[in-house]
Ligand binder design. Structure first.
Ligand code: UD1
Length: 420
């Protein structure tokens, strides 16, 4: 059943929330479990639909997957299957993360091409080129990438044209079992990728340079299963920080790692927020209306593209004008038209959005187009006069476990209802 969020704007969000494990880490750890025969356990796994999709994909590959309360065990057979079907890959792009592990482990993989989505076209060229550099052969056939390396992979020097998160992950999870040394220059440095690297090291991989633009991987003959706890979700934590500032609220965010959110927190401070470290997270307080903030999204440690919709929503009600530049995904301004339905004054020119802040938005029905755009629209609904309906809530559910319950606990007038 398709559902929507019903938000009555005006509440000042106050109280405490707990951030769960990072979706974009847990999914990649699950795929990387394929690298070792036996039972791997991953903890602090968020309760979201994408985890079930990855579990289904791994089950189809012959693994036995058991899920408990925020944990999952994956029992990997000696020879897993090699095909990731389109019906799963189209639902969740992170499915392509099985490509590197399968080619490294069993010398073959057939993974459906994910195609574009609501935030833009998303190529696989860096993933494929990287695997080819390691000695794999790859071609596209009937909508699938067919990759093989019957004689195993061989370490190579690889330079990425752009520090793609997904490509770095697929190359890293292949190189750990390649013969010899692989270097990845211009590698992604996202905290989720560091988490994946530490997971691989706990399986016996030899990796240097995690969190820097140059990864050095010494291939090993085999890896062993592990037990690992996923890092906290920095995008969910960041979303709560924006919610506090936009609603002139006061939220203590348990589990938030300020070191993963340096730039977003700096920007929120310049908007007027008071941010303090707590024992296990951060507290974000705001008095009055935020000042506008100019932001350019960039790969980590730049400002995360996944928090760009929240920045646009904040600027829509801020004091002043702002320019937000999107440098990572070309289609990510699509949701701006929905914000304009709430009265936001925004014009888009290429990858720049100019926003003129107004004191209050005006509630209306809008639709979520992807996870983060949906969350940005919910935040906008919280600061709109009257009722905002955010259709297609399933997008938001993919990234925010118990979103409605958490918003309610902070005092928001939010509920979920069936779409008409
Ligand atoms: C991941 C995150 C996503 C986040 C993004 C950037 C997951 C499941 N998703 O996506 O939430 O917004 O990182 O932080 O972890 N590109 C190519 N060719 C390639 C690979 C990428 O042209 O082979 C381009 C993409 O089209 C995009 C840019 O590189 O414009 C960045 O993509 P990438 O870093 O790979 O993002 P994802 O891993 O897909």
């Amino acid at each position: 059943m398709n559902t929507r969020f019903r938000i009555v704007g005006g509440a000042r969000l106050q109280g405490e929330v707990k951030v769960s494990g990072a979706k974009n880490s847990a999914l990649k750890l699950m795929a990387a479990a394929l690298l070792a025969t036996g039972k791997t356990t991953i903890r602090n796994v968020p309760e979201i639909a994408d985890i079930a999709i990855m579990a289904e994909l791994l089950t189809r590959l012959g693994c036995t997957v058991i899920r408990g309360d925020e944990w999952v065990t994956i029992d990997v057979p000696e020879v897993p299957g090699h095909r990731a079907d389109y019906d799963l890959v189209r639902k969740m792009r992170a499915s392509i993360n099985v490509l590197g592990p399968l080619v490294a482990r069993i010398g073959q993989a057939e993974v459906a091409l994910p195609g574009g989505d609501a935030i833009g076209s998303r190529g696989l060229d860096f993933h494929i080129k990287g695997l080819e550099s390691l000695g794999a052969q790859a071609h596209n056939e009937h909508g699938y990438v067919i990759a093989s390396a019957p004689n195993g992979l061989i370490g190579a020097e690889i330079t990425l044209d752009f520090p793609s998160v997904g490509a770095t992950e697929n190359i890293l999870t292949a190189a750990v079992l390649a013969k010899g040394i692989t270097t990845i220059d211009n590698a992604a440095r996202e905290p989720d990728l560091v988490d994946l690297g530490e997971f691989l090291i706990s399986m016996g991989a030899k990796i240097e340079g995690l969190g820097t633009p140059k990864l050095i991987i010494h291939g090993v003959a085999a890896l062993h299963p592990t037990d690992h706890t996923t890092i906290a979700d920095r995008i969910v934590a960041g979303t709560w920080a924006f919610a506090a500032v936009m609603t002139s609220g006061d939220i203590t965010i348990h589990g938030a790692r300020p070191q993963d959110l340096e730039l977003p927190l700096e920007k929120l401070a310049s908007a007027g927020a008071i941010i303090t470290a707590t024992d296990d997270g951060i507290r974000v307080r705001m008095d009055g209306r935020p000042q506008s903030i100019d932001v350019s999204t960039l790969p980590y440690p730049g400002f995360p593209t996944d928090l760009q919709p929240m920045v646009i929503s904040l600027n829509a009600i801020a004091n002043g004008d702002a320019i937000v530049t999107e440098n990572v995904f070309e289609g990510r301004f699509m949701f701006v038209n929905e914000l304009i339905r709430l009265g936001a004054q925004i014009s888009v020119d290429g990858h720049h959005a100019s926003i003129r802040g107004i004191p209050q938005l005006s509630g209306a029905p809008v639709a979520a187009t992807d996870i983060r755009a949906g969350a940005g629209l919910v935040l906008a609904g919280l600061v709109s006069e009257g009722i905002t309906l955010v259709e297609d809530a399933f997008h938001v559910d993919r990234g925010y476990p118990n979103f409605v319950e958490q918003l309610q606990a902070l005092g928001a007038d939010v509920s979920r209802e069936a779409s008409e």
